[in-house]
Write a protein that binds this ligand. Sequence first.
Ligand code: FES
Ligand code: FES
Length: 164
Amino acid sequence: MTRITVTVDGSTYSDEVEPRMLLVHYLRESVGKTGTVIGCDTSNCGACTVHLDGRSVKSCNVLAVQADGHEVTTIEGLATNGELHPMQQAFHECHALQCGYCTPGMIMQAIDVLNENPNPSEEEIRVGLEGNLCRCTGYHNIVKAVQQAAGQGATEDATAGAQS
Ligand code: FES
Ligand code: FES
């Protein structure tokens, strides 16, 4: 077992973990952040996407020990004082979800896309989200939501809410 200390959504956690434990399992089972979901466990679907030091990663493709000393933001760290993050609000308003299983990862990836490029074209949004699969094939409204969020200048660092 290895002791790791990780800041998740603004709170610090220190836990003993097996060296082989995946970050997604650590977040769900040790920290209790079940908003981050597992869609495939083979790094194909992106449902498990979180931010590690502000950049999106597929947390089923990262070991928990690799997050030692770093900051993780999950979907549960985006809302601030009861206010949805602008990207969450845009997904809501554009009906960008059906079953919602892909949504946490889509939103985390979409924020990263806008942090990289605040004014992406539709094509650039689609390329930015290509590592995230929606089994409901709801892609059109997802892209519309990202366009709406971009139009509203929703480019702030996703970790800002978690740290406030
Ligand atoms: S669960 Fe991580 S990419 Fe599918
Ligand atoms: S809304 Fe069902 S998987 Fe995307």
